[in-house]
Design a protein around this ligand. Structure first.
Ligand SMILES: Nc1ncnc2c1ncn2[C@@H]1O[C@H](COP(=O)(O)OP(=O)(O)OP(=O)(O)O)[C@@H](O)[C@H]1O
Ligand SMILES: [Mg+2]
Length: 295
């Protein structure tokens, strides 16, 4: 929601970007809306700093992050004072038993839900300080999301699913189509542009979801059990794809998972239990364990 002023009658209008005429005098508002969008984007760039100019070592930080779900009279503690620093370009897996708080942590870092207490910073920006518009801007451009159940829009083709976040980011049509094709090629689906989700296999749907997550060149990809609904082989292909993206485009990957195959590609594995970080394994520890298993 943004506030603009009608250039004809001066009416103050709250707009979601869908209605493009003034409700009072029916003047065309598209030009003012476009100018307001550009101005907000410029303002956001100073709040949420651009990757090319930031050098923060840690792309995500959480401090004393707490989440308590209230169910009527009952309080369900899902996260208890989680402190986590994620380095730029890192591949981080979050592992833990069912109900340990992985998705809850994912939702807090992704700005999909608000913590009960504590803070979460994305590139040193405290998410709690952002208003609804700023948070939507950050989610759209800085973070790509991948879910266990793919979450593609069923009535849209692969290409339409991928270009949707680009529309929200205000990208022009030609650029959007080029980028959509490039991304679908990259995930090996250059020949499936016009397929709707039900015309694709599970693995292919998840590839479309990976491409969609990358639509606006995010700094972070958050994946919640991305291989949970896939067979062993297809799951491995998605993990390899995520690792390639991480290595070649430097995108930071944070993935909640039960999948032991994910350990192999991770720089660190955060083990959580009952909403608390139990221990953190580093690449070197993991290599040692894997090496030790053959002895
Ligand atoms: N919306 C909600 N309302 C109430 N309680 C919730 C809600 N979401 C999660 N919980 C509770 O919070 C705790 C953590 O749940 P969460 O979904 O984060 O676990 P998880 O580690 O992702 O589990 P899984 O591996 O099964 O996906 C659980 O005890 C769960 O029952
Ligand atoms: Mg979960």
């Amino acid at each position: 929601m943004a506030k603009i002023e009608c250039p004809e009658c001066g009416e103050q209008i709250e707009t979601t970007g869908i209605v493009t005429v003034c409700a009072k005098c029916e003047a065309d508002l598209r030009e003012v809306m476009e100018a307001a969008r550009r101005e907000r984007d410029e303002r956001m760039k100073t709040i949420v700093r651009d990757d090319s100019v930031t050098t923060h070592e840690f792309i995500v930080r959480t401090r004393d992050l707490k989440k308590i779900y209230i169910m009527g009279e009952i309080e369900v503690p899902a996260l208890r004072d989680v402190d986590l620093d994620v380095r730029r370009g890192e591949y981080l897996s979050i592992m833990g038993p069912s109900g340990s708080g992985k998705s809850t942590l994912f939702n807090m870092i992704g700005g999909l839900d608000k913590p009960t207490a504590g803070r979460c910073f994305i590139e040193e920006v405290d998410m709690a300080q952002l208003d609804a518009f700023e948070l939507a801007w950050l989610r759209c451009r800085k973070i790509g999301y991948i879910f266990q159940t793919f979450n593609l829009i069923p009535v849209m083709t692969a290409m339409e699913n991928i270009t949707l976040p680009m529309i929200f980011a205000g990208m022009g049509t030609d650029e959007m189509m080029d980028r959509g094709r490039e991304l679908l090629d990259m995930v090996g689906l250059g020949d499936r542009l016009d397929h709707k989700p039900y015309e694709l296999s599970g693995g292919q749907q998840q590839r479309v979801a990976v491409a969609r997550a990358l639509a606006n060149s995010p700094a972070i990809v958050l994946a919640d059990e991305p291989t949970g609904n896939l067979d062993l082989h297809t799951g491995k292909e998605i993990i390899d794809l995520l690792k390639e993206l991480n290595q070649f485009s430097g995108v930071t990957i944070i993935s909640a998972t039960h999948d032991l195959k994910m350990i192999d590609v991770s720089d660190r594995v955060v083990h959580i239990r009952d909403g608390e970080i139990e221990r953190i394994e580093h690449r070197a520890d993991i290599d040692l364990e894997v090496g030790g298993m053959g002895e």
